[in-house]
Design a protein. Structure first.
Lengths: 256, 542
């Protein structure tokens, strides 16, 4: 599905990626995690074709990404970022249906797909014709997710998708997103700096540091058999997942 | 006395549609295209270029165009000539109050005007200065080489003279120009033209060895107010100026014979004699007709009694030729409407063209930063060219009147639109741009569906700025014969008539406000609703 082969990327004098090999298997969620500046976002931006690798290749569906196949590849990707990246001049519907309209989908087909996604993301009909500025942060992310899923993409790229939300909504949306991805069997590549969030989503966690992959595997493996001292440091710097789980259940009880 | 039908015809000819009106249709066409798609816009631009080209063509042979300089005497003479030709059945227009000698001479040579009043001294010392001619006959034959004919003198001389107030003359005992040498601290105020021209101040200073250093340039009509209020001590006047008497000025004798003969004559194109021989014989009826007292009296009628130059011309024809010509039939509202039409035409066409050029250039500038810097730099430099200089610079290329005015206004409208288009596009947050890319939009679709709508407010603000500036700058177009609200302002300055200045200044201000209001209204159409709505302050939890 998506594979990075020995990619290097340099911004001026700073080396962002130093020969990274990574395979994102179909139907699973791969979470890139690490401190800021470790290169995780650079990796995601390479996959979206927003930047090009100095060396190495990004393979998508059996072909390296290049200028001539980039647009076709992008039509098979969904992209969602912090704050949603919604177009402020278009309503929720306008945002979600924009590309389908450009591709010449019929009005009925667009409408049907929109309703389906609204149900999936639980976005109330009252908000469908609102503009991004008239939505709360969580509503905006639901709309952004709808836009990312509109063309039924094979690969979903998420860059800190919940980073700007307050904790309660964040936890709620984490659960919903995880459920949606599990249900749709999508290949997901996600970037976060929050270990708890990574544990929540990740079949596979990829811990990065200074442009290199330090360790990859399940959350369990990362926590129980750290490959090097940095992994321990990184895990300890964050709250223990058990503690997070306790907070989550507490939060759920309060809401219920 | 003309019979009513003829009079009607003459009136109709005087108010036949000007060139600006003839292109009114393309203006609306261009405006319509403005708001439609880019292909339509290109067509609109082509249409506009075409209408510009058409407007630049000389008037058809049958009609006669009379010019005059921007001072009262010249306008009266031009108007009288125009009325006489109209009375003779010729379709004739008067392009009154044009900027200066060079502009008039250029227009005569290029055929944009067929005749205008001039002075022998100006011809000898300014226009044909390099020939060092002397005498009327030498002048006549030198002009003939350039296919220009000259009438016999009209009968009065309007030469330069230095003037002081009677009080200053009394106090310092000034009788002749030579007397000025003893008073080095006197403040001189001369018209800019006199300061620069060959037969003006530089020569005078040399001939009389004048020691004064406090010399400033100012408008001829303001010089009288300057000397009356005591801000300057000595100025230059024309000997037929009515103000000499009004302000009680003393003229200093030209004891070294510096100033030339400035015999008033009429110049006309050689081909006028072939095209319309009868027009030439009408024109020559002015020869020897107007004495100095008559001319000074007419100038006084306008400047002191406040009648229009048209009225003074009517009186001239009546008293000297026994011709009964109807006074200006156009009332205040009709004139206002005409000026509005002219002004609006200038603004609409130049602004539309600027939008069609500057918005695409702004897009290019945003896409290619280095080229963008060059584009912004060049338009910025163009903006700093003084408007009058640009008008005059464009005359050899585009003639007088409408084409150079529109071209200059177009140039001045570019920068605000270009800069705001550029800024509007550059201000779009990177995540938005990238989202548009990753979603799969092509660069063109991104521009059309995302970037232009988001930059709309900024672009519109730029257009609004340009429009308001344009309305103001367009008043200067009257200097080169394009009419508009500048016409009464110029005349008002010339006549020291605040009311007349207001007749141009007030509608210009109103028009500027109207444009502003119009664009604020347009914001509701052009700026997407999502950008206008207020963000929710306390968002409901999901």
């Amino acid at each position: 599905m998506l594979r990075f082969v020995a990619v290097r990327k340099r911004y001026g004098r700073q080396l962002a990626l130093d020969g990274v090999d990574l395979d994102c298997p179909s139907g699973r969620t791969t979470v890139l995690i690490g401190p800021s500046g470790c290169g995780k976002s650079t990796l995601l931006r390479l996959a979206a074709g927003l930047i090009r690798a100095d060396r190495g290749e990004v393979w998508f569906e059996g072909a390296p990404l290049a200028a001539n196949n980039l647009r076709a590849a992008r039509l098979r990707m969904g992209y969602m970022i912090q704050e949603g990246g919604l177009f402020p001049h278009l309503s929720v519907r306008g945002n979600v249906e924009l590309m389908a309209r450009e591709l010449g989908w019929s009005a009925e087909r667009r409408r049907a797909r929109f309703s389906e996604l609204a149900e999936l993301t639980r976005l109330p009909a009252a908000l469908w014709e609102r503009y991004p500025l008239e939505l709360s942060g969580g509503q905006r992310q639901r709309a952004a997710l709808m836009r990312a899923l509109m063309l039924d993409p094979d690969l979903i790229l998420l860059d800190e998708p919940l980073g700007a939300l307050d904790p309660m909504i964040r936890v709620e949306l984490q659960r919903e997103l995880a459920a949606i991805f599990a249900r749709l069997h999508k290949t997901v590549l996600m970037v976060t700096h929050d270990l708890a969030e990574a544990v929540f989503f990740g079949d596979r966690l990829v811990l990065m540091r200074a442009g290199r992959i330090v360790q990859q595997g399940s959350a369990q493996a990362l926590l129980q058999s750290p490959a090097e001292a940095f992994v321990v440091d990184f895990v300890n710097a964050q709250r223990a997942p058990q503690q997070v789980l306790a907070e989550v259940s507490c939060g759920a009880r309060v809401r219920a | 006395m003309i019979v009513p039908s003829q009079r009607l015809a003459a009136m109709h000819q005087r108010f036949r549609p000007s060139r600006a009106e003839a292109v009114g249709e393309p203006i609306t066409a261009a405006l319509n295209h403005l708001w439609s798609n880019a292909r339509g816009a290109a067509l609109g631009l082509a249409l506009m270029m075409l209408s510009l080209a058409v407007a630049a063509q000389p008037a058809p042979d049958s009609s006669i165009s009379v010019g005059s300089k921007k001072f009262t005497e010249s306008v009266i003479l031009g108007e009288a000539l125009t009325l006489l030709l109209a009375d003779g059945g010729f379709p004739v227009t008067h392009r009154s109050g044009l900027g200066g000698t060079r502009i008039l001479w250029g227009a005569l040579r290029s055929g944009e005007i067929d005749a205008y009043p001039e002075y022998s001294g100006t011809l000898l010392r300014e226009i044909l200065a390099e020939r060092s001619l002397s005498g009327m006959e030498a002048l006549r034959s030198a002009l003939a080489e350039q296919d220009v004919r000259m009438s016999a003198p009209l009968g009065f001389e309007n030469t330069y003279a230095l003037a002081v107030t009677a009080e200053t003359g009394e106090r310092l005992v000034l009788e002749t120009i030579s007397d000025l040498r003893a008073h080095a601290d006197l403040r001189f105020g001369f018209s800019s033209e006199f300061l620069d021209r060959g037969d003006g101040w530089p020569g005078l200073k040399a001939r009389y060895q004048l020691p004064q250093t406090r010399v400033q340039g100012l408008d001829h009509d303001l010089a009288y107010r300057g000397i009356a209020s005591g801000r300057i001590d000595v100025t230059v006047v024309y000997t037929t100026d009515a103000e000499i008497e009004r302000y009680g000025l003393r003229l200093l004798e030209d004891d070294r014979g510096y100033f030339d003969d400035y015999q008033a004559v009429l110049l006309y194109r050689a081909d006028l004699a072939e095209r319309a021989p009868r027009a030439v014989s009408l024109l020559r009826r002015f020869e020897g007709l107007i004495s100095e007292p008559v001319m000074a009296g007419l100038n006084g009628r306008v400047k002191l009694d406040g009648v229009s130059e048209h009225q003074a011309a009517v009186e001239l024809l009546q008293e000297r030729l026994g011709l009964e010509v109807e006074a200006e039939p156009a009332g205040f509202w009709w004139r206002l409407w005409q000026r509005t039409f002219e002004h609006l035409g200038l603004v609409a066409v130049s602004l539309s063209a600027a939008i069609l050029v500057a918005v695409p250039l702004g897009i290019v500038a945003a896409r290619r930063p280095r080229l963008g810097q060059v584009l912004l730099g060049v338009t910025g430099v163009l903006q700093t060219v003084p408007s009058l200089a640009l008008f005059v610079f464009l005359i050899p290329l585009l003639g007088i009147g409408w084409p150079p005015s529109v071209a200059a206004l177009f140039v001045y409208s570019l920068l605000p639109i270009l800069r705001n288009t550029h800024a509007g596009l550059m201000d779009i947050p990177r995540p938005i741009r990238e989202s548009a890319d990753v979603i799969g939009l092509t660069p063109n679709a991104r521009l059309r569906l995302v970037e232009l709508p988001l930059a709309a407010r900024s672009i519109l603000a730029g257009i609004k700025t340009s429009a308001v500036l344009n309305v103001g700058t367009a008043t200067l177009a009257a200097l080169i014969g394009a009419g508009g609200y500048g016409q009464p302002i110029l005349t008002g300055i010339r006549l020291d008539d605040v009311g007349l200045i207001m007749q141009g200044a007030v509608p210009a201000a109103v028009l500027a406000l109207a444009f502003q209001g119009l664009f604020e209204l347009a914001e509701h159409w052009v700026v997407p609703r999502g950008l206008r709505s207020r963000p929710v302050t306390a968002g409901p939890s999901d």
